[in-house]
Design a protein. Structure first.
Length: 261
């Protein structure tokens, strides 16, 4: 297979639907890459999937850089996108630029940041500096406290118009693709038709150009709340628990390790 770039990813719009996912370490990133996942997001969802927090807000820049470097070391073909954590691009554009540069130095091919019109100045500055940006509009989890929970966005006519305007603004600012999270299917279809860049949906219906799933949801590793739009493609939590229990049982029973010759 050939290495995916932001250019080939964007060019797939209208030709190939792309199933993309998150990964946060070298082991699972290598498996996803070898299975043909075209784009791997080192998501700030790691705060919830890997670090045990209730939201993505506590994730630190050092954690993103360490995970991005691990994923980038393992991946051969997938596009690697580092998700800029909360606080890494809200505290001034110079600091945001330095953090985005650090993501690329850690091995990312691009960065993702949340927001529409309000982050367009930053998207423009990054893309002009050669840092490809994947935008994220609709439900942006870093705004969970402003929403009062993880809630579908764009449900009223005005809110839907705002999501469309945000998506058009990030495209005009230079984003190579845009994540559409938790918006009604018909709004996702309208945005997808209105843009030249690909939309990557999560909880946004089937019409988007590509899809995200969080790796722990896809593999059945998440035993907490799983959003209703998720499809679980495996039940690794059960398999892992059976293996741990079998090991504990065999050690307790004197079966493992066997005597060595
Ligand atoms: O962090 C993440 O996993 C994400 C996806 C939901 C797109 O931002």
């Amino acid at each position: 297979m050939k290495k995916w770039t932001t250019v080939t990813f964007a060019a797939a719009k209208g030709k190939q639907k792309l199933g993309c996912c998150t990964a946060y370490d070298a082991c699972f990133a290598r498996l996803a890459d070898e299975a043909g996942v075209p784009c791997i997001l080192v998501g700030d969802s790691m705060g919830m999937t890997m670090l045990g927090y209730d939201t993505t807000l506590p994730v630190k820049m050092e954690e993103t850089l360490s995970a991005t470097a691990a994923v980038a070391r393992a991946v051969k073909d997938a596009l690697v996108v580092a998700d800029m954590p909360f606080g890494s691009y809200q505290c001034g554009d110079d600091a945001a630029m330095a953090n985005a540069v650090a993501c690329l130095k850690a091995g990312a091919d691009a960065v993702k940041l949340e927001g529409g019109a309000r982050v367009c100045g930053l998207i423009r500055r990054m893309t002009e500096a050669g840092i490809p940006v994947l935008a994220h509009v609709g439900m942006t989890p870093q705004s969970v406290n402003a929403y009062g929970g993880f809630k579908t966005q764009g449900k009223t006519r005005e809110a839907a118009a705002q999501v469309l305007a945000d998506a058009q603004a990030v495209e005009a600012a230079g984003a190579f693709a845009v994540t559409l999270e938790c918006v009604p299917d018909d709004l996702a279809a309208t945005v997808t038709a209105a843009l030249k860049i690909p939309t990557i949906g999560i909880g946004a219906g089937p019409v988007c150009d590509a899809q995200w799933l969080v790796m722990h949801d896809l593999l059945g590793l998440n035993e907490g709340h799983v959003p209703s739009f998720v499809k679980k493609y495996a039940d690794l939590a059960s398999i892992a628990k059976q293996a741990f229990a079998a090991y504990v049982g065999e050690v307790a029973g004197g079966v493992f390790p066997p005597p060595r010759a």
